[in-house]
Ligand binder design. Sequence first.
Ligand code: GLA
Length: 731
Amino acid sequence: MAARYNAETKTFILETAHSSYMMKVSRYGNLLHMYYGSRIPDEDLDYLLTFSDRGFSPNPYEAGNDRTFSLDFLPQEFSGSRSGDYRSPSLELVWGEGGSAFGGKVAGYEIRKGACRIDGMPGLWAEPQEQAETLTICLADPVSKVEAELSYTVFAEKDVIARSVKLVNRGKDVVRLEKLMSATIDFRDSDYDLIYFSGRHTMEREFRRIAAADGVHAIGSSRGASSHQYNPFAIVCEKDCGEDRGQCWGISLVYSGGFLIEAERDQYKQLRLNAGLNPSGFSFLVEPGGDFQAPQAVLAWSDQGFTGLSHIYHRIFRENLCRSPFRKKMRPVLLNSWEAAYFDFDDEKILAIAREAADLGVELFVLDDGWFGKRDDDVSGLGDWTVNQEKLKIGISELSRQIHEMGMQFGIWVEPEMVSEDSDLYRKHPDWCLREPGRPPVRGRYQLALDLSRRDVCEYLIEAMNSLLESAHIEYVKWDMNRSLAEAWSALLGTGRQGEVLHRYVLGLYYVMDQVILKHPDVLFCGCCGGGGRFDPAMLYYQPQIWCSDNTDAVNRLKIQYGTSFAYPVSSMEAHVSVCPNHITGRTVPFGTRGIVAMDGIFGYELDPLKMTEEEKDACRKQIQFYKKYYKVIVDGDYYRLASPYENPYFTAWQQVSQDKKKSLVSIVITDREGNDAQRFVRLKGLLEDGYYRIEGLKGKYSGKLLMSAGIPVPGSLGEYEGIQLVLKMA
Ligand code: GLA
């Protein structure tokens, strides 16, 4: 059994194939965190709890004169506010006449098959139910009558534990919730490093590693989206943890809005990790009899270093997250019109580009921004999701028909959550956007955000998107979101409830996506938020792939995709070949290298094929054929980071190995060259030690053990920014 309770030792035990997670009910009913790490036998862990009288660490009343029992020191599963624990709590609330303490004690538990359903939000699912088991522990506060239901869904075989919390108000007073963390993990010590992924627009998810230090180190977003600035994923690891060895713990929040992940090293050098909704500016009124659900946090542990941890996340996100049937289907190679034409096109130009794309072997043509409303630049038109007749005289349906005639599928760009002031929608419903009364709104890319906390706005969007999808043969939708939210004020929510707006916006978005995306299982949806500003597991529940970054510079992409790969599988990252000099960085990189880097994801193009040289067209055809030939290895294979763009100044390398380990693809890109350079080698990974492999283009065959121990020479003939893909096949 993946979850059980040992009544003798009063211990809750969660077990996965390689890990154990244990909690214990204290002698006063508190739920203490005992252990998360390598799988251990069911033993009494009481000896791990040490007690001493610590100055200024208060004691619960029920401890009588025992000054050694203090929540300020003990490791907890869920830290209540004003309870004598001064670390950053899991919960903050106000109820009745202003009471803000929560002294939740274990009041019961339940274990059942299947995953925990997260009300109104995406989460990991188990089908069949036997894939997971859920333990729910109820912590009840007898005075406020508030209960916290902690849920732990154990995917035993996949080494994953998904946590969430539901706050239930069983009292007579309204409770104002001000903070609710989805997961709190108290480590007994703190000699760890923290890893997180930060960045900015066009440079997302850069790898950062710092030592845990006294105080609180927090990452998060208050932008209404999970953000370019910090990804809702973090790792705590041992100091000597690296790619292949060492213990590490991952936490990933299945949420697309403002979040907080904080790591606090306390006065006793213990580390607390908290992850959940961003409490800044947040409050939520929970009526008597009502409840509030926190988003899901996905936990994983590995002693196989970051590779082990990544493989756990890749697998669970590939198999138990996305609802779309495209999760398992081969995705088409696409060409997107954005960098080819921006806003400057008409139907003739689009058809000419499409014709050329079809000739190259592209399978899906995507018409990006600019096809609707009065949209000749980014100042106007958002909100009016009907065709711009001046640009596309033949209309979307006919355009799609002609593109299908060329042998390609047809896709389209939308940005449903936004509105331009110069649009019919805004003129009709100026109150439908987020803004504070009496103040001019804050603009982002000239546009305003629709108030998705309102049901009427959501219903309008569902209708608009569904009619668009029914109006033509559309097989792919790029769902964009191009600004950070600023104001959190909704015309329909009363005073006292405005702190709910940003969370309600996210719930509204999920509702719209439920009604649009999940109702169209035959349409492939791609997430986007100015590139990767909303690259999170909740979006991957709806959309199997996300546009990784607006930055298509292959050298910058090495870092962006490297950082992304820690939590997210190749199947989730859309990556395109674009022109050089690159539109963002001005850098020139060989066409071949651009292809190699874009094949580290769901492959496509973002350029005008009419402007390609014959040589490039030839290379393009070969790239498409190669990608399709090795699609299963690239997208479904196990992923290995061989050389980091942060640590290795000379080259970056990665490798995919097919599930049966018979095929592998090694990609190397040179990032710097020196005169009379050293011969460098790269050690391969994930092969069968006693299997023999042939490397295409080379003579002989070599054992997996040799290739993983001595490595292969990085070809000295490659110049700066040149790259190579090596195909390995078992002999
Ligand atoms: C965002 C996207 C781009 C493109 C533009 C269109 O920036 O990330 O790929 O679709 O919007 O306006």
